[in-house]
Design a protein around this ligand. Structure first.
Ligand code: NCD
Length: 330
């Protein structure tokens, strides 16, 4: 691991060296998981481990003192926006939060590049969530400061995939040789697009479970074939539940459907309940990026294999690691 340990007695001396601009992410945009390799992932997950220890022990550090994050959300968010905000605050930075774009000049017709150019003149890093695929890349092109993609429509959600990968590594203590099932809306779910790409850097066998109309996009399946990965497609969760090490459940993305009747037909296609979980391996984990709607019965929450709340917490540690790395302080 590239990351070195530091003296936990003094959080203000955290993360060595004080300025590390050679971490591979310094000053970079984070737009897609395609920009990560295994070495960089090991590094980021190592920093996230340190961030977790730091938060548990001290609650905060002043690594990003004087730095400002602009959190620009054109789509609803609870976890992603608040964990980025908490990550920045715990590292001693500050946040300009633009969650209500209807109160910003966007409603006056301002373009995304102009909004981004404005924000970057006040801040050091921009996090953006936007309903259109490619929007984060457009923002990054307009900006000189780093832009982090917090979800571009049904495209990618790289920071979620990083926290998902971190959770798998943390829970199962390995990333190679796993059978991973993804279930639900594989067509519009950006988290499964990004996570599939990240897991394809490891020896992973994929099980994609969805209704016919919500299958994993051909582009991603083609990438898996090219990288020599085995994948299987199913419609029934019972065909996979006893085999897999990870079951990653997703919400049907209502906001992406043109036809509301089509959404109604598939919205409660899957419900993971104690009966389904009784067929799963004892050492598997159940994940979900959240929010859940119908797809995981609340009676499953107390099952030790239900990892989604731990997964959610991990988001803050990964985002602390990413912000520190992008700003040259990891
Ligand atoms: C996901 C998203 O926004 O893509 N949520 C999240 O960031 N944790 C999943 C979803 O909305 O279904």
């Amino acid at each position: 691991m590239l990351y070195q340990s530091y003296d936990m007695k003094d959080p203000h001396q955290a993360a060595v060296p004080a300025d590390n601009v050679n971490n591979g992410l310094y000053g970079q945009d984070i737009l897609s998981v395609k920009q990560f390799n295994r070495q960089l992932l090991t590094y980021i997950m190592g920093v996230a481990d340190e961030m977790r220890a730091l938060v548990k022990r001290f609650g905060k550090a002043n690594l990003l003192d004087g730095k400002i994050l602009a959190n620009l959300f054109y789509e609803p968010s609870t976890r992603t926006s608040s964990s980025f905000q908490a990550a920045m605050l715990r590292l001693g930075g500050r946040v300009i939060a633009i969650n209500e774009v209807r109160y910003s000049s966007v409603t006056k017709g301002e373009s995304l590049p102009d909004t981004v150019r404005t924000l970057e003149s006040y801040c050091d890093v921009i996090v953006i969530r936007h309903p259109e695929v490619g929007s984060a890349a457009i923002a990054a092109k307009a900006a000189r400061k780093p832009v982090i993609n917090a979800g571009d429509g049904p495209g990618e959600h790289p920071t979620q995939a990083l926290l998902d990968l971190y959770t798998i590594a943390d829970e199962l203590k390995r990333l190679d040789g796993l059978k991973v099932a993804m279930l639900g809306d594989l067509k519009y779910g950006r988290t499964v697009h990004s996570l599939t790409r990240l897991l394809s850097l490891y020896d992973t066998e994929f099980y994609f479970v969805s209704p016919e109309i919500l299958r994993m996009p051909e582009e991603i399946l083609q990438e898996l074939r090219q990288s020599g990965h085995t994948y299987h497609e199913f419609e029934d969760v019972h065909d996979v539940i006893s085999k897999v090490d990870v079951l990653y459940v997703t919400r049907v993305q209502r906001e992406r459907f043109d036809d509301p009747d089509e959404y109604e037909r598939v919205k409660d296609y899957y419900v993971i309940d104690p009966e389904v979980m009784s067929k799963a391996k004892q050492d598997m984990i159940l994940m979900h990026p959240l929010p859940r709607v119908y797809e995981i019965d609340m009676r499953v929450d107390d099952d030790p294999r239900a990892a989604y709340f731990r997964q959610m917490e991990n988001g803050m540690y990964i985002r602390m690691a990413l912000l520190a790395a992008v700003l040259g302080k990891a």
